[in-house]
Structures are given as C-alpha cells and as structure tokens.
Design a protein around this ligand. Sequence first.
Ligand code: PEP
Ligand code: MN
Length: 336
Amino acid sequence: MIIQLNNSVTENQHSALINKLTENKFSINEVNTQLEKYLVCIGKNEIDIREIGHLPGIKDVHIVSDSYKLVSKKWKVKDTSIDLGNNVIIGKEDPTIMAGPCSVESEEQIDKIIEHLIDQDIKIIRGGVFKPRSSPYAFRGLGIDGLKMMYEKCKPHNIKIITEVMQVSQIEEMLPFVDVFQVGARNSQNFNLLDALGEIDKPVLLKRGVSGTIEELLSSAEYVFSKGNEKLILCERGIRTFETAYRNTFDINAIQVLKEKTHLPVIADPSHGVGIRSFVPKLALSALLSGADGIIYEVHDKPEEAFSDGQQTLNFMESAKLIEKIKLLYRSSIFN
Ligand code: PEP
Ligand code: MN
C-alpha cells in the first residue's frame, strides 16, 4: 500500500497515522522524494483503506499488488516525464534522442560530435568516461577529466550530458557535470550504487541487466525511488540469450510490457541491443514504434577508429539518416 501524504502534514497527524499502521502490523517505509512524501506499507493484514484515507494529512491511498510499488503504474496511471531544463523533457510526446560516442576520447572527437548533434537538433549527448569493459586491458575511459572536458564543451550549447557512473565514490565528483546518471547493465543490481543514487537530486537512467528480468529492472528502479529520487528513466538494451549471431537479444517486447507496468519513461538502446551497426537504425525505429519514449545510440565521426564499440556505432551520415526517418515517422499519422 502506498500512502501519499500532504507535503504540509503535521507531526501529530504523521504520528497518528504511524500508530494506526503499526497497530495493523504494517512495516512502514518512509519515502521523501524531491516532490512528494510517501509511506510504503507492507503487511499481510487486509485493511479497509477508508479507515486510513479519511485521516488528516493524507493526500491519497493506493493498494498496489506488484512487488515493486512506487514505480508501478497501478497507482500512477499518468506517465512521468523528466525535465532536464532548457525545454529538454524526457517522456513527453516528442521522442527523446540521446546520441554520442561509446567512450569520450578526445577534445577533437567531442567537438565533431557536438557539431553533428547541433546539426541534427539532438539535445542530449551520451559518452562514457568510466567504462565497464569485459577485458581489463581494454580502454577504460578518460575518467573525471574527460567528463569535465565534455561538460565545458557542451555547456555553451545547452547540450545535456548522460554518462555512466560505476561506483558510489564517483557520484559526488561527477554531480556538477552530469544531467543524467547512467547505471550500466553490469551495475543494474548494484544495490549500494542504487541506494546512493536515490539520495541525490539528478535523474538516473537505469539499464536492464545483461541477464535481468523486467521485474528485476523495476525492482532496481524501486531501490532508487524508495531512497528519495523519483527522477528515473528505464532503458532496454538487450539481454543475453542462447543466440550468438549478434551481441545481445534486444527484447522488443520489454518496451510494451514496461510501458504497461510502470509510469516511468522507457528508452531503447539499439546500439548495445544488437551490436551490429547496419541493424541499429531499423531497431531504433522499431523500438519507437513499440512505444519507447526515446532512443540512446552510439555515433562517432570515424566508428572504425572508435576506442570502444565501433562495430555498433553509426557514422554521421547514418545517424543523420536515422534522425530523418524518425522525423518522418512522427510526422506520419502512425502515432495518432
Ligand atoms: C554503454 O552505454 O556504453 C554501455 C556500456 O552500456 P551497457 O551498460 O548497456 O552495456
Ligand atoms: Mn558502448
């Protein structure tokens, strides 16, 4: 059960409510986010919500049968949107496009990519500076200096930055330079990291784990929300299956399932989803047709020279063609 409190709830009203819930043997999780105050109550006893709903200090009471609560669509039917400022809103009618290199490599590279993003009217750059790599000998990113460099270059153009955070100790130093923290597939169930991201006031894009179920993704999102950060975005990026003909199996079903189960925005990552450059554009379009709120994809001026994931990275021409097709798609009557 989720009890939404009035933001002006008094101490007396609050303790009367806690007493009532304790009497009824509920365990109570207090959640204070940037926007709202909630009590997430877990209990075996049935309770007539009218007994609680009339108490002073309460805005609303919702029974949620899912194991995850705050991220469930069962209590919040209206989709959530995340405002990054300067009119960049994730989860509105227009699809969100995030594009950039797998890894931030150099000033020259970022200059060229920014120019491409501006040409294509793309408002959010992606680019990792802390890279999770399967081999310890592969390029592992430029670190915080790379992020600062990217920030200085993006700032004059109001380009927002999404980048991966790999561990709790990086959050604080990254905070001023990041618009959206990305939690990578390998960290999708790093509960300490999720807890820590719950304590900041910056949006978090949470990727589905390499072998993660949809329910596990939603439960991970619940970790962040229940610690106080409700600015959350989910990302389908493909899962590991028995298939070896491509890097990952993009789970197109997950888009519709997630949109039905949660009010959070859902973004698709076709680059990691298939891992083969020539397949990325059609997969991106398919994900949007399936109801994704946007896409995140890898682009580079010379993908064949990229420090990481070049095989799945679009060049500028391919990226421009994709954007053109997305525009055509949204201009058509297909979404009406
Ligand atoms: C990435 O976005 O470059 C990345 C490493 O993604 P994932 O965590 O989905 O593998
Ligand atoms: Mn990558």
